[in-house]
Design a binder for this molecule. Structure first.
Ligand code: IMP
Ligand code: MG
Length: 182
């Protein structure tokens, strides 16, 4: 896939360094807690694996497959959770791990849905944050990088299920007049 995209918006070195920092911060914050990391698939799978290995604590892993697209490139606001957790989160300290927070609809939906299962705490860690696209207000407790309103692919992020395995983050710059990729 080399040559398909221009300069990475975040280099692999910068990404590695930032994930190490996030790992150190989370390690300090959760030292006395009962941490369970819930990865939001598919987009978070690459970041999740790197982040989990940067955390120096015992922890449990779990995942949810979430779809927010209904065929569109961007979130439709209708969030569908396609799978179930395998762990009981009651009384535990949940860290939701997202690839990117855009409109905020996914995080808002999951905070509410998981909150109903009575965890002790819920925090959100997102590799990327697009504050300029927010439609609903949500708290993102740990952010890797704040980025401008561009459509990104790679490092787990897709355009119509492609490019997730690109080892760096790149801008998909063929967009229509509404900013949607074409
Ligand atoms: P939200 O519900 O609008 O916050 O959207 C969250 C989801 O939309 C993310 O988990 C991504 O799967 C997807 N998304 C948002 N922006 C991008 C992007 O620039 N590239 C790829 N996927 C994106
Ligand atoms: Mg996606």
């Amino acid at each position: 896939m080399d040559g398909l995209f221009g300069k990475p918006i975040v280099t692999q070195e910068a990404m590695r360094a930032r994930i190490r920092e996030l790992g150190r911060q989370i390690t300090a914050d959760y030292a006395q807690k009962d941490l369970i990391m819930i990865g939001i698939l598919k987009g978070a799978y690459v970041f999740y694996a790197d982040l989990a290995r940067a955390i120096g604590l015992p922890l449990k892993v779990d995942f949810l497959v979430v779809s927010s697209y209904a065929g569109k490139a961007r979130s439709s606001g209708k969030i569908r959770v396609l799978t179930e957790l395998t762990e009981d989160i009651a009384g535990r300290d949940v860290l939701l791990v997202e690839d990117i927070v855009d409109s905020g609809c996914t995080v808002q939906h999951l905070r509410k849905a998981l909150g109903a299962r009575k965890p002790k705490s819920i925090k959100v860690c997102a590799l990327l944050n697009k504050p300029g696209r927010r439609q609903v207000e949500v708290t993102v407790d740990y952010v890797g990088f704040n980025i401008p309103n561009k459509f990104l692919v790679g490092y787990g992020l897709d355009y119509r299920q492609n490019y997730r395995n690109l080892p760096y983050l790149a801008v998909l710059d063929k967009v229509d007049e509404e900013g949607e990729p074409v």
